[in-house]
Design a protein around this ligand. Sequence first.
Ligand SMILES: *[C@@H]1O[C@H](CO)[C@@H](O)[C@H](O)[C@H]1NC(C)=O
Length: 404
Amino acid sequence: MLCGRRHPFCLWLWLLLLLLLPPPPGARGHGDHARSRDEAAEADSGRAWKAFQRLREHLRAAGALSRRYWALFSCRLWPEACGKDEEAPARPLGWSLPLLGQQYLDILTTWYCSFQDCCDSGDCRIINNFTGLEADLRVRLHGQHLARELVLAAVRGYLELPQPDKALALSFHGSSGTGKNFMARLLAENLFRDGLRSNCVQVFIATLHFPHPKYVDQYKEQLTGQIRKTQERCHQTLFILDEAEKLHPELLEVLGPQLDRQTLENHRAKSPRSIFLFLSNLGGSVINEVVLDLLKGGRSREDIRMENLEPHLQAEIVESTDSGFGHSRLVKENLMDFLIPFLPLEYRHVRLCARDAFLSQELLYTEAALDEIAKMMVYVPKEEQLFSSQGCKSISQRINYFLP
Ligand SMILES: *[C@@H]1O[C@H](CO)[C@@H](O)[C@H](O)[C@H]1NC(C)=O
């Protein structure tokens, strides 16, 4: 893009331009779908820039008038900044403005807010709904009391820091189907209006995005480029790295500077915040072993504490030989802020997942159907048959067998 809409000067150019154009097609209101809104905004931006070139001369003449509009416009969008600006008029709106100007102001505000930041938080794309997150983790994520507490506390603590000097890095560990991806999704949905589709959120899947070791140099550029672009777009970002144990060591390496403490050179009003989630199966088996031992020793699942697991998990990750993850700078230099264990799921948890799958499709279910589905899973270890080997994976497909 030639001129970023975020930059105050560019915004001012945009404003000038818009005042001299007929009402833009973008003034069609708030109802549009988020994605198409972004695309429309991009297209508008291209067209508008061309028109701008033609109108350059007219704009010069309109400069003085536009300063007034700018003051009114910015007042309407950012009322809290309004009083401090001496350019801002004493009375907010409609005061000695020609009728046409007032109309333009309305149209402009609608148009601008249809794709840009006009919320209390300063950016509508970012919602940080901790109440929603807490409720989702309590009601929809099953059998993960440790992950639930740790993630909520870590994310909330980080996002409430006035001046974070590094990204937050959380490393999710556990066998498949235990809810690592689901947790990532719940975070995306409660922190960003558009959830995983938000342009502030990026998902990288090692085997999908970075499959061939020989292209690692290209991948490094892609990864850092995408991270940088996303961070330029949004002052709060979420990056999800799935199958982290399969990431090439050099890719892990380029993430180092992100997660390391940085001295803030340019003090911005809003310092940027990034959350990195690393999802992997590493340590899954050691978590399962420890949990099995504790349960057999009579401990109740909810009484298992982080202290019981962390030393084992840490050791297992560092010692893992088949993955670069444990040997990466990220782990060795303690750049991961928290290791988050996901416990193996039991029969009762699988039943709850089945129930959720029915409810989410607004289908009626019977207790018998939930049992049937839970029984379809394989339980390990052979002797105790305590943990679902696939966790809650593909439960939503399995309910299809029980539909009328
Ligand atoms: C937060 O999420 C909850 C549950 O999803 C919802 O009821 C509530 O309206 C949300 N709050 C805000 C401020 O969006």
